[in-house]
Design a protein around this ligand. Structure first.
Ligand code: ME8
Length: 502
């Protein structure tokens, strides 16, 4: 079974920010989880969106060529991935020659299939969105609904994509596949956009030069959104030199995107694929926006920006990953800030998971010379882990990264309560309680192991250290089943995973 997942590709007119990190981390959690399933072969794509007006304008303002600006900023986005411990299989740049050639191939087919025509376009254009807005989207005073900047009235002769002829096929797609767009609130948003009546859209721009040339009309370049969307498809053709992965991985299982680009992914994209005789992806998951701690849009001038690099420096990459997946329900908007990072770090990572890890290992070292007792585990505790890997898998099948994490975290808390209930330090005082102590320690070691395998996609570095200390580095999902009998392995001392900060 093949599993293909993508993030949106980032504009290179700016530099990486928390929104980019958030999307990449969430996608990485799902990709890493899928790799834990032996039956899955996973491909995870991310990259940069380098053509179009926003990039050309930003380059001009800086006095450099668009290619120079793209080269410089694409490097920063590429370097972001290892900093976040993100395990993408390829990084696509839309200026890659192979990408451009495939864009031309696919869009030539759309043209040959009769889905284009030449016409005069006049409309309200937002240069920041690189998008013409339809009348019912525009805010009062002709403002962009996303950037709230004044739109300009533009007219040009363009090639059009006959989006309107896909009204019915799109309605059918949505009727047949209630999980095509998730969560449901976003599905409804897409359906209502389609229901309001689709207008044809510009496929090419005559005035721009920074883009992929239109093969049948060399004076034009493709409108950046079509070039960008196609990255999901083109990358498979050249990501692995000498190998074409398209047949294995297309259509994609998941596109993970933010709510501001819903229309492009849930309306234009499936229509374009149908026009090119290509299969439509299985799911588009639309996440919300991270807001400043004051609940407003993050902006430097408001001073409410959470800087991912500062979180990494003060805490760790795992702490950033955990915090973002934990604090804001995936799919919803949410406020984030350094105070809540600190609170979660201390109360959950240090005091709950970190503490469970250090006391479990310390007790096995102290009471059993570092050997996990070869004993039956506690059936009541085992029952609370029954079906857990399957339920986590089910939730992550639906991209529910926050809910899956909550389910795992309940077991972290359960194990800590188990320590209090059993009070192993009391059992250790009485030789008659040796068997009870064996069972307690074996159960805790097993609980901690299962939790850590399930947490590995969220916090790959800390869980790897912990599993190594437990002498059980196997990460596969079937291995996350709580065993009825365990033990015999040696543990080794472990530095605190989430040290108290100064
Ligand atoms: O939209 N919170 O690129 P981009 C959460 N190039 N997510 C956020 C966010 C925030 N505050 N800000 C941005 C583009 N994002 C296009 C995509 S795909 C074929 C082309 C998300 O760099 C945003 O929703 O502006 C998008 O999914 C991603 O970051 C890249 O945004």
């Amino acid at each position: 079974m093949a599993f293909y997942i993508t993030t949106a590709i980032s504009y290179v007119n700016g530099v990486p920010h928390l929104g980019h990190a958030y999307e990449a981390i969430a996608t990485d959690v799902i990709a890493r989880h899928m790799r834990q399933r032996h039956s899955q072969e996973v491909f995870f794509l991310t990259g940069t969106d380098e053509h179009g007006e926003p990039v050309a304008d930003a380059a001009k303002a800086e006095g450099v060529t668009p290619q120079e600006l793209a080269d410089r900023n694409a490097e920063r986005f590429r370097a972001l991935m290892p900093q976040l411990d993100v395990s993408n299989d390829f990084f696509i740049r839309t200026t890659d020659e192979e990408h451009q050639r495939r864009v031309q191939e696919v869009l030539q087919r759309v043209h040959d299939n009769g889905h284009t025509y030449k016409g005069l376009y006049e409309g309200w254009y937002c240069p920041r969105c690189a998008d013409f807005k339809v009348e019912n989207e525009i805010l009062e005073g002709n403002l962009c609904p996303i950037h709230e900047i004044r739109l300009t009235r533009e007219q040009e002769e363009n090639w059009f994509f006959r989006l309107s002829t896909f009204q019915e096929p799109l309605e059918r797609l949505y009727a047949d596949r209630p999980d095509f767009v998730m969560p449901p609130v976003r599905f409804n948003e897409a359906v209502s956009f389609i229901g309001s009546g689709l207008q044809d859209v510009s496929l090419t721009r005559a005035r721009m030069t920074w883009g992929v040339p239109v093969p049948w009309d060399p004076g034009h370049v493709f409108y950046v959104w079509f070039d960008a969307l196609l990255n999901y498809y083109t990358a498979l053709g050249y990501a692995r030199p000498g190998e074409d992965l398209t047949d294995r991985f297309w259509p994609a299982n998941y596109h993970i995107i933010g709510k501001d680009i819903l229309k492009f992914h849930t309306v234009f994209w499936p229509a374009l694929l149908m026009a090119a005789d290509l299969a439509v992806p299985q799911h588009v998951f639309v996440h919300g926006f991270l807001l400043g701690a004051d609940g407003r849009k993050m902006s430097k001038s408001l001073g409410n920006v959470l800087d991912p690099f500062e979180v990494i420096e003060q805490f760790s990459t795992d702490a950033l990953r955990f915090y973002l997946m934990r604090d804001v329900g995936f799919g919803a908007d949410g406020a984030v800030g350094m105070d809540s990072v600190t609170a979660r770090y201390e109360s959950e990572l240090a005091n709950e998971y970190g503490n469970l890890a250090s006391r479990t290992i310390a007790m096995i070292l102290r009471y059993r010379d570092g050997v996990i007792p070869d004993a039956d585990t506690d059936p009541e505790l085992a029952a609370e882990f029954a079906g857990l890997p399957e339920r986590v898998a089910e939730l992550l099948d639906g991209a529910e990264v926050t809910q899956a994490l909550e389910l795992i975290w309940q077991r972290v808390r359960r194990c800590n309560r188990f320590v209090e209930e059993r009070a192993p330090w009391q059992l250790a005082k009485d030789p008659e309680s040796a068997r009870a102590l064996d069972q307690t320690l074996a159960s805790l070691a097993e609980g901690l192991r299962v939790i850590s395998v399930l947490l590995a996609p969220y916090m790959p570095a800390s869980t790897a250290k912990l599993l190594a200390a437990l002498g059980a580095s196997e990460l596969s999902l079937p291995g996350a089943t709580f065993a009825a009998r365990t033990g015999g392995r040696c543990v080794i001392a472990l530095e605190p995973l989430f040290p108290k900060r100064g």
